[in-house]
Design a protein around this ligand. Structure first.
Ligand code: SF4
Ligand code: SF4
Length: 372
């Protein structure tokens, strides 16, 4: 049974110890970081930098608490993420969202280089074959995975598995391109983007959101540059008319997330990764979107575990038991009390992520909550 430490988001006393940063400090102490990390050891603190408009990321104050705890035991932490848009722009996004050396107390670096193609091929599994793991994540001996838990239009639920899978893998590989990167999870076959002109209202959101300028419009017709496209799916996700589609398969997608997470974890020795899931500002969509909607449920708290599957299972159960917030997308969609909000919003079989991860030996879905 996996042990999952939990700190509630509620602050019932006006004391620092009852604040979320204060509780995170306690969680990190309870865990005994010395059992995982050594003095002088480099430790990646893997998070998602967000996007220019998606500000509901893991807040810099929490990253700083993790950095401080690691420094207290003599470890050498740095903050990292893989390239989602052009590398220099992504570092600027991190800075705008408050993640920089000054705020978090450690260097902020890209895990797969400024061009996002600094990676190493690693065996993943039956679906993906081999996949391009960001070289920094591949090489570093230890990692703390800090994940902002939220919904996701394709994954339904996005937590630590997705942070490892999409976040530990590059968009593209030098020789085999998107087929060895995240695109291999997002789509199937040749990943042919399909445009339905009848549904398109020429809003140009797809063009604006593309990190590679792979979409333009000429004479009211889409022009897609398939040779440079990463198959990241951002254009499909922002299209509110379902006029753009990348071919995909939900069950394959969930399983491939677990496979990619396994490829990343396989580059570490056992007991060298800790997971911290932030069940806060639980918005309906991913942190890579151009905006962050209001949360669909109330903040729950912070989970910490060394078992990937246990922390995900515990978090998912907590989310599924949460009530919808008024004034959110959950209310727009008439989701009532007692419903699994993320399932109702996205209709994706997201529990498959943890089922496959458990089958692949990444942990156990049986967990014990230890409240601090
Ligand atoms: S999938 Fe869409 S947004 Fe992503 S690179 Fe290709 S065209 Fe651009
Ligand atoms: S986002 Fe959708 S509706 Fe808007 S221009 Fe692109 S394809 Fe057309």
């Amino acid at each position: 049974m996996g042990k999952v430490y939990f700190a509630s988001a509620r602050a019932k006393k006006w004391k620092y110890e009852d604040s979320m940063p204060g509780k995170l400090e306690r969680l990190l102490k309870e865990t005994g970081l010395m059992n995982y990390f050594s003095p002088d050891e480099w430790v990646a603190v893997k998070t998602h930098f967000g996007s220019e408009g998606a500000h509901r990321i893991v807040r810099p104050v929490f990253l700083r608490k993790v950095v401080e705890a690691l420094k207290r035991i003599g470890a050498k932490p740095f903050i990292t993420d893989t390239v989602r848009i052009r590398g220099l722009d992504y570092l600027e996004v991190a800075n705008q969202n408050g993640i920089n050396h000054l705020s978090v107390g450690a260097p902020v670096v890209l895990a797969d280089g400024l061009y996002g193609n600094d990676n190493i091929m690693v065996k993943a599994g039956d679906i993906l074959g081999q996949i391009a793991v960001a070289s920094l994540i591949h090489d570093v001996p230890a990692m703390v995975v800090c994940s902002h838990v939220k919904g996701h239009i394709n994954a339904g639920y996005a937590g630590a598995i997705k942070n490892l899978a999409m976040g530990g893998i590059s968009s593209s590989h030098r020789t085999c391109g998107w087929k060895c990167g995240r695109g291999a999870m997002h789509t199937i076959g040749e990943g042919e983007l399909v445009w339905d002109s009848d549904k398109c209202e020429l809003c140009l959101q797809c063009q604006d959101v593309c990190p590679l300028d792979a979409i333009t419009f000429k004479d009211d017709e889409i022009v897609w540059n398939r040779d440079i496209c990463w198959r990241c799916g951002r254009c499909e996700r922002v299209c509110q008319n379902e006029s753009l589609t990348l071919p995909g398969d939900d069950e394959r997608f969930m399983a491939s997330l677990a496979e990619a997470a396994k490829a990343v974890i396989g580059t570490f020795e056992p007991q060298k990764i800790l997971y911290i899931n932030f069940l806060t500002e639980i918005q309906p969509e991913c942190d890579c979107m151009p905006a962050a909607d209001v949360p669909v449920m109330q903040d729950i708290g912070i989970l910490l575990s060394d078992d990937l599957v246990s922390i995900e299972a515990a978090g998912i159960d907590m989310l599924a038991a949460s009530a919808p917030l008024p004034g959110s997308l959950a209310q727009d969609k008439d989701i009532g009390e007692g419903k699994d909000i993320l399932m109702e919003l996205h209709q994706r079989p997201y529990r498959l992520q943890i089922e496959v991860a458990e089958r692949l030996g990444l942990g156990t879905a049986k967990y014990e909550i230890v409240a601090v």
